[in-house]
Design a protein around this ligand. Structure first.
Ligand code: LLP
Length: 416
């Protein structure tokens, strides 16, 4: 399904021309389609059907309150990795009892807050974290529900920076040590074992690595149950990858159905933590071409968005499609590098793109709804972009553009 349509030479998101978004809120700005977020979430929820479990949207992919509130209204659970993300979920109306707390470095104060609001489960990643959680929970006279994140040593076949399930990665505990840590967990005060968790990486475009990880974790579940440690749920981590260029991830239903089939008649609840596949294709980064700079070697289109707004191309050599917002029929079709104003050669949004463009025109960088704004920075003292949710022909500004003054609000000059 496409979030964008071209009508009479103009790109639309839902019923809204992108040029109207730029005219109203300026550029650069992110725009997200409420309908696409809803459809993507429902694809997971409907695939899970009446199988007990939860779809816990991974907040790190896009943590804007407007986006979170769309998902909270749909009844989504949430996967968080910090108390900052927890506060966002609460503010957006999310139910803490449907929150799983992931991450390798939860601090005692973050644990305390999560216990106070009553999160569903802590995904614990080391012996020392388990001990710390036991102490924090006991001090509050509370019991923390715990899954151990196991590292099943499966190759997710994705970019090395976002692959997490191999022995050399910092995440989880070696699945061969899991039994020993579960034994320990059953003896610690303030800890209740409820599940097993694994997450092998992001932007997976095949089901096989997920199923390999599932088989290995199911073997662990059996071992634990044999020794009387009951496991109520299995958390399979992040969701499927998306199509940025020519990737062909399977439909969400194919993945979830395959998992359900593998489980057969086991009474295990399922938790999924999809981020990218819920929000990536809902969003675009809208930017205006400031200058065209053809040179002997390359043609550069210098735009008003930069690597501080969207770092994926620079950081992961990620390819995201770039489309002119309006047809420029008079322009010549040429190969362009679309670059930002930042003083680094790494500041590009796309290289060698065949485009018909003019200075002053608008470009839409597709699939920017996930790991876009959340990874943005103020590098070069650039205020961060506005964020807009499009709902049919209605526009909601869910984050206003920062001002330069706000950027140094927390700083001070030294006295003379
Ligand atoms: N659960 C855990 C424990 C995770 O670490 C992640 C992503 C997810 C769930 C969500 O995975 P997803 O459904 O989005 O694949 N910045 C990178 C992606 C980093 C992913 C980190 N963890 C990018 O722009 O490609």
């Amino acid at each position: 399904m496409s979030t964008l349509t071209r009508r009479h030479g103009e790109l639309f998101m839902e019923e809204t021309p992108l040029s109207k978004i730029a005219a109203t809120f300026g550029t650069p700005c992110f725009a997200y389609s409420r309908k696409t977020i809803t459809d993507n979430y429902l694809a997971y929820a409907n695939a899970l059907g009446d199988w007990p479990g939860m779809i816990c949207y991974s907040v790190k992919a896009n943590s804007n309150l407007g986006v979170l509130s769309i998902l909270a209204q749909l009844g989504s659970g949430f996967d968080i990795v910090s108390s900052g993300e927890l506060e966002r979920v609460l503010k957006a109306g999310g139910d803490p009892a449907r929150v799983v707390f992931s991450g390798i470095g939860k601090s005692p104060s973050e644990m305390a807050r999560a216990l106070e609001v009553g999160v569903h489960c802590f995904n614990v990643e080391s012996d020392s974290e388990l001990e710390a959680l036991s102490q924090v929970a006991s001090a509050q006279d509370k019991v923390a529900s715990v899954s151990l994140r196991v590292n099943p040593d499966v190759d997710a076949k994705t970019h090395p920076y976002i692959s997490t399930g191999l022995k050399e990665n910092k995440f989880g505990v070696d699945i061969n040590r899991a039994e020993e840590i579960y034994d320990k967990a059953t003896t610690l005060p303030g800890i209740r074992v409820v599940g097993v968790d694994c997450h092998i990486g992001s932007q997976l475009t095949e089901v096989e690595p997920f199923l390999d990880a599932l088989d290995r974790t199911l073997a662990l579940v059996e071992t634990l149950e044999k020794k009387g440690i009951a496991i109520h749920h299995l958390d399979l981590g992040g969701g499927l990858g998306v199509t940025y260029q020519d990737e062909t991830p399977p439909p969400i239903d194919t993945y979830i159905s395959a998992v359900k089939e593998r489980l057969g008649d086991r009474q295990l609840e399922l938790i999924f933590e999809p981020g990218r596949s819920i929000v990536a294709d809902s969003g675009i980064l809208l930017t205006r071409i400031e200058y065209l700079k053809p040179t002997d070697k390359k043609n550069f289109a210098i735009v008003d968005a930069a690597m501080n707004d969207l770092i994926r191309p620079s950081l992961y050599q990620a390819w995201q499609e770039i489309l002119p917002v309006s047809d420029h029929n008079e322009a010549e079709t040429l190969l362009w590098d679309v670059v930002g104003p930042i003083c680094e050669s790494a500041d590009f949004l796309g290289k060698d793109r065949l485009l018909k463009i003019d200075a002053g025109g608008l470009l839409a960088i597709k699939s920017s709804g996930a790991y876009g704004f959340v990874m943005s920075s103020n590098y070069n003292t650039r205020p961060r972009a506005a964020e807009i949710v499009v709902d049919g022909d209605t526009l909601h500004q869910v984050r206003r553009r920062e001002s330069v003054e706000e950027l140094f609000e927390h700083e001070s000059c030294l006295p003379k």
